[in-house]
Write a protein that binds this ligand. Structure first.
Ligand SMILES: Nc1ncnc2c1ncn2[C@@H]1O[C@H](COP(=O)(O)OP(=O)(O)OP(=O)(O)O)[C@@H](O)[C@H]1O
Ligand SMILES: [Mg+2]
Length: 232
């Protein structure tokens, strides 16, 4: 089974000028892949991720997952798709500050039909002992682990990460990458990870490089490194 993106276009009017955030983007990846999306600032990485996740819409083109054309979905169906199919992880953790760790994870677990056990997920990310703490009582790396827990507890088939390690130091970043790779392998979850850090692409199964809204490189990595082996 695969995820197919065909001739995706997204344009914005800047004054009188039309700019293409995505200009004819096409690719296909196998489900369960770990894909890294690279490219300079403004090249369309977040735009592509947001359209894949159904929080933004393309102007033209198709995304087909399991023979379903998600780019045709109504708003209602798209909401259902986001709830059950997609987990998002952003650079800044987006936790609810008034809920403790356990409650933060529960708050997304209730959204999905396929949710996993909250305690199990807290174990997977190594935060069981911190479950009664509030976000302000956690380090950046721990907060990002809670954000990952919030995304994966829904048992999504696809996880979309936009610079998930951008605000973290080396050790915490590597820890987050290991957790994401483990989840990818344990649950066969497709991962798309946007980053500026070229070194991270060494652990990917697929590397997609964007420039000015176009794919300039698509590489299948035959021998991905383990997350622990990636260095920068
Ligand atoms: N809502 C918007 N209105 C107008 N232009 C936009 C909008 N969103 C994105 N763009 C433009 O589309 C292009 C692609 O933006 P995008 O956010 O996808 O880039 P990016 O690769 O994620 O960059 P970064 O690495 O800085 O996050 C940029 O030129 C950006 O200015
Ligand atoms: Mg971006």
């Amino acid at each position: 089974m695969s995820i197919k993106v065909c001739n995706l276009k997204k344009r914005y009017m800047i004054g009188k000028n039309e700019i293409f955030a995505l200009n004819n983007v096409s690719f296909e990846i196998n489900k369960g892949s770990f894909a890294v999306i690279l490219g300079p600032s403004g090249s369309g990485k977040s735009t592509l991720l947001n359209i894949l996740g159904g929080i933004d819409k393309a102007d033209e083109g198709k995304i087909i997952i399991d023979d379903e054309e998600i780019t045709k979905y109504s708003d209602e169906k798209l909401t259902e798709y986001r709830r059950n199919y997609v987990g998002f992880i952003f650079q800044f953790y987006n936790l609810v500050n008034t809920l403790n760790v356990y409650e933060n994870v529960c708050s997304t677990a209730v959204l999905s039909k396929n949710s996993l056990d909250v305690e199990e997920i807290l174990d997977v990310i190594g935060l069981k002992a911190h479950k009664r703490k509030f976000p302000y009582e956690l380090s950046g790396g721990e907060q990002q682990r809670v954000a990952i827990a919030r995304a994966i507890v829904k048992n999504p088939k696809m996880i979309l990460c936009d610079e998930p390690t951008g605000a973290l130091d080396y050790e915490n970043a590597k820890n987050i990458l290991s957790i994401l790779r483990n989840i990818n392998q344990k649950y066969n979850t497709t991962v798309f990870l946007v980053t500026h850090n070229v070194a991270i692409s060494k652990m990917a199964d697929v590397i997609i490089r964007l420039r000015s809204g176009e794919i300039i490189d698509y590489i299948l990595n035959e021998a991905p490194l383990k997350a622990e082996e990636v260095e920068w």
